[in-house]
Design a protein around this ligand. Structure first.
Ligand code: NAD
Ligand code: ZN
Length: 363
C-alpha cells in the first residue's frame, strides 16, 4: 500500500509499505477514504517534534471504512464508515476517566506521531471502540474532515477551556483553520462579539464568512493593543482570548487583548518559550492558573492560560449538531487532491499565504 512518510527534517516521501495487520484484540484496520493535512504535520516537518521517527506515516485526521476488527472490538464491524479521532485513548486509565484523553497513559496524540497515521491507504487504529465514530447518514464527508481534530480542538481548547459564555467578547488571534474552527464553535455559545486578528486579508475574509463579527489586520502586539483600546479603553479587554498561531509574537498579542478577569485559551503549539507579561496580568487584578485539559477548573476571577491538546471527547456532540444543521464547516475545505498527489497537497498547504489553502481534501 502507499503511505506518505516523514523522511527527516523538511522532507516527505510517498513509499510502498506493508498493509497493517491486527496485532491486539482492541484494534481495527481501516481502509482510508479521505485524509487531510494539519498545521501540526508541518510542525513535524520543521523538526519541532523530535519524537517522530524517520519513515513514520504522517497524518492524524481522516475518514475510512472498517476492513477488519480484533476480537474485543464491540462497536464496529467490517464495512462501517467511520471518522478517526486524532487522539488515541484507552478510555480506561485514570486520565481517560477524568476526560483528559490527550494525557492517556497508553495513548494521547499517537497517530502520525508515535504510530503510523492516516496519510496512507490503510491504517491500524488502537482502542478502536473509543477512537472511531460512526459517520451520520447523509453527511457531507468532505466537510467532516475537520471533525477529526480542528473542530473538537476549537470547541474543547478554545471555547470550553476559554470559558466562552453568552454575551461575552471573544478575540481570536490567528484565522487559520484552527482559529476559524474556534470561531465556528464560539458561536454555539452566543457571545456578543467574535473578533478575529490576522495579518492575512484572505483569512480575515474567511473569518467573516464563518461568522466573525469584526476582523482586524494586525502585525504586532502594539497594533493589537490599539484595537483593544478602541473597544474597551486602557483598563479592560476581551473576556476570552484564543491564541491560534503558536509563536511568541501572537502570544504577546493575546496578553495585550485580555481583559479584567478574562481567559487566554492557548491552542497554538509553541515550539519555543513565550514571554509572560506578569505585570500586565497582575495590573488587571487577575491571577494566573495554568490549566492542562481540566475543563472543570474554577476560572472565575482568573486568567487561565490553558495549554492543552484536543482530547476529542466532543466529537459525538459535534456530529449531532452537524446532523441537526447547526454546524457548517464546508468553507474550511479549499482544495481537493487525489491520494497519489499528496506530495503536491503538502506543497500547496505549506505555501498557504500564496495559495490561499485552508484544509485540503485528499482522497
Ligand atoms: P496556520 O499557520 O494555518 O494559521 C495561523 C494563522 O496565524 C495564519 O492565518 C497566519 O496568517 C496568522 N499569523 C501568523 N503569524 C502572525 C502574526 N505575527 N500576526 C498576525 N497573524 C499571524 O495554522 P493552523 O493550522 O490554523 O494551526 C494553528 C496552531 O494550532 C498551530 O500551532 C497548530 O499546530 C495548532 N494546533 C493545535 C491543536 C491542539 O490540540 N491544541 C490542534 C491542531 C492544531
Ligand atoms: Zn487512557
Amino acid at each position: 500500500m502507499k503511505a506518505l512518510t516523514f523522511d527527516g527534517v523538511g522532507k516527505i516521501k510517498l513509499v510502498d509499505k506493508e498493509k497493517p495487520k491486527i496485532e491486539q484484540p482492541n484494534q481495527a484496520i481501516i481502509k482510508l477514504v479521505r485524509t487531510t493535512i494539519c498545521g501540526s504535520d508541518l510542525h513535524i516537518l520543521k523538526g519541532d517534534v523530535p519524537t517522530v521517527e524517520q519513515g513514520r506515516t504522517l497524518g492524524h485526521e481522516g475518514i475510512g471504512v472498517v476492513e477488519e476488527v480484533g476480537a474485543e472490538v464491540k462497536n464496529y464491524q467490517k464495512g462501517d464508515r467511520v471518522l478517526i479521532a486524532c487522539i488515541t485513548s484507552c478510555a480506561t486509565c485514570r486520565w481517560c476517566k477524568e476526560s483528559l484523553f490527550d494525557a492517556c497513559k497508553s495513548g494521547g496524540w499517537q497517530l502520525g506521531h508515535l504510530l503510523d497515521g492516516t496519510q496512507a491507504e490503510y491504517l491500524r487504529i488502537p482502542f478502536a471502540d473509543s477512537c472511531l465514530y460512526p459517520i451520520p447518514p447523509g453527511a457531507d464527508e468532505r466537510s467532516l474532515l475537520v471533525y477529526s481534530d480542528i473542530l473538537p480542538t476549537g470547541l474543547e481548547v478554545a471555547v470550553l477551556r476559554g470559558m466562552v459564555k453568552p454575551g461575552c467578547t471573544v478575540a481570536i488571534v490567528g484565522a487559520g483553520p484552527v482559529g476559524l474552527a474556534s470561531a465556528i464553535c464560539a458561536q454555539l455559545y452566543s457571545p456578543k462579539a467574535i473578533v478575529c486578528f490576522d495579518r492575512d486579508q484572505f483569512r480575515l475574509d474567511k473569518a467573516r464568512e464563518v461568522g466573525a463579527t469584526e476582523c482586524y489586520k494586525v502585525n504586532s502586539a502594539a497594533e493589537a493593543r490599539e484595537v483593544s483600546k478602541g473597544w474597551f479603553g486602557d483598563k479592560d479587554g476581551f473576556d476570552v482570548v484564543v491564541e491560534a498561531v503558536g509563536i511568541p509574537e501572537t502570544f504577546d498579542m493575546c496578553q495585550e487583548l485580555v481583559g479584567v478577569g478574562g481567559n487566554i485559551a492557548n491552542v497554538g503549539v509553541h515550539g519555543t518559550s513565550v514571554n509572560l507579561k506578569i505585570d500586565k496580568l497582575w495590573s488587571r487584578s487577575t491571577s494566573m492558573r495554568p490549566v492542562s485539559g481540566d475543563t472543570k477548573a474554577p476560572l472565575t476571577q482568573s486568567v487561565a492560560i490553558s495549554m492543552a491538546l484536543v482530547s476529542s471527547h466532543t466529537i459525538p456532540l459535534l456530529l449531532e449538531l452537524m446532523s441537526a444543521g447547526k454546524l457548517d464547516t464546508s468553507a474550511l475545505i479549499t482544495h481537493d487532491f487525489k491520494f497519489s498527489e499528496i506530495e503536491k497537497a503538502y506543497d500547496i498547504f505549506g505555501r498557504a499565504a500564496e495559495t490561499k489553502a485552508l484544509k485540503v481534501n485528499i482522497e
